[in-house]
Ligand binder design. Structure first.
Ligand SMILES: *Cc1c(COP(=O)(O)O)cnc(C)c1O
Length: 406
């Protein structure tokens, strides 16, 4: 039995938390599947999925089982020792992907940090210090550490924190000519989100990814796919690179990998991995038995034909209804995205007002996401029930009706 706990409310946030977030007015306290309840007992449908994290919804029995079983065995030993869940997880990822080696960490930013450090290290070892330039894309998002905001193509996240990491340039997304003009023999890596998530759910063109692969090969540069948001079933394939059929040299994963338990992974080949020799990189918590036990259970459920095919079917269900709602209320002009990463591009009249749509949806009992000011994003559980999709979209339609009539 734990001790009785002091009551807390949303207002406490402003009293005791660093004000770098602006959370919604209600506090979720419990979840089951794609439903969430707040402190007052109000029920909401969750199409936000904890920002593309709760890949199997809330309190999925397989994940609760894996976590509690591991919790009774071994929580943490650090990387001074290895552990069984980490080795099982690495085997699973290696078997399922292009990768031959895995590095575990605790977040997407850390997975990218490891990816960028590995790319620079490989170039340094093979070609010398001149070859250290990283090419990223405008409006990309790779996390919030200083290296990852420097690589991310958004000054609003990187300005005002002193000198940035240098040797990084940004080219427009989906623009192969721009990449061709920028890449050189000083380039050590090109990093691309197969679908730009945070900045509006913008899928890459196949020709762009193929072209990027060829340019990297030509210039001895590594191709890094940031699959923190697109990975682990989100697109209806285990990773988005499989959807496109273009294989990276390094892949970062996090978000859905833990289904709500913090974990990140950097995947790569044996040939590249060997450049991170003993002592060159590390993390205390990374590959923690609890996180790895949960991620093992996530992969066991997600990487099955039923779940992956279900993602494609659910995409069609979302898209058809969202297109109807968009047209009927003049709220958005385009529904884009792959699998269960879907963005509704607001119409001219509603541009910049994604937050208003978020608020209107919340009032009707629906959690959605923004992806920048102009796009409403959906990143629900991959096993969201069809009945929950329909009920959630009914709520969304009521929100759209009220918003556009007001
Ligand atoms: C969320 C995200 C990150 C950062 O992940 P954190 O776990 O928040 O550090 C990096 N890249 C992409 C594409 C993301 O969507």
């Amino acid at each position: 039995m734990s001790a009785p706990q002091a009551p807390v409310q949303r207002a406490d946030f402003d009293q005791v938390m660093v004000p770098n977030y602006a959370p919604a007015a209600f506090i979720p306290v419990r979840g089951a599947g794609s439903r969430v309840w707040d402190q007052s007992g109000r029920e909401l449908i969750d199409f936000a999925g904890g920002i593309a994290v709760n890949v199997l919804g809330h309190a999925h029995p397989a994940l609760v089982g894996a976590l509690t079983e591991q919790a009774n065995k071994l929580w943490h030993v650090s990387n001074v020792f290895t552990n069984e869940p980490a080795l099982r997880l690495a085997h699973k990822l290696v078997d399922a992907t292009f990768a031959e080696r895995a590095f575990f960490c605790n977040s997407g930013a850390e997975a990218n940090e490891a990816a960028f450090k590995l790319a620079r290290r490989v170039a340094h070892d093979r070609f010398g210090p001149e070859k250290h330039e990283i090419i990223a894309t405008v409006n990309s998002f790779h996390g919030r550490t200083l290296f990852t905001v420097s690589v991310g193509g958004q000054p609003k996240y990187s300005d005002g924190f002193g000198p940035k990491i240098t040797g990084i340039s940004h080219v427009p997304y989906n623009d192969l000519e721009a990449l061709k003009a920028q890449i050189s023999d000083k380039t050590c890596a090109v990093v691309i989100e197969p679908i730009q998530g945070e900045s509006g759910v913008v899928p890459a063109d196949l020709a762009y990814l193929k072209g990027a692969r060829e340019l990297c090969d030509k210039h001895n540069a590594l191709l890094i796919f940031d699959e923190v948001q697109t990975g682990v079933g989100r697109t209806g394939e285990l990773f988005a690179y499989m959807h496109y059929g273009v294989t990276p040299d390094i892949l970062s994963s996090a978000k859905s990998l833990g289904g709500g338990f913090p974990i990140g992974a950097m995947l790569t080949t044996e040939d590249l991995a060997k450049h991170l020799a003993v002592g060159t990189h590390g993390t205390t918590y990374g590959g923690n038995p609890l996180a790895c036990a949960v991620a093992n259970a996530v992969l066991d459920v997600v990487n099955t034909p039923e779940v992956l095919a279900g993602v494609k079917a659910k995409h069609a269900r979302f898209k058809a209804r969202l297109e109807q709602i968009g047209q009927q209320y003049g709220l958005f002009t385009q529904v884009r995205g792959v699998g269960l990463l879907i963005g509704c591009v607001l119409s001219e009249a509603w541009k910049g007002k994604a937050k208003d749509v978020f608020n209107a949806a919340e009032k009707e009992g629906l959690m959605v996401l923004q992806a920048g000011p102009d796009v409403v994003r959906f990143a629900p559980s991959l096993v969201v029930e069809d009945a929950d999709i329909d009920e959630g979209l009914d709520r969304f339609e009521r929100a759209a009706a009220k918003l556009t009539q007001a």
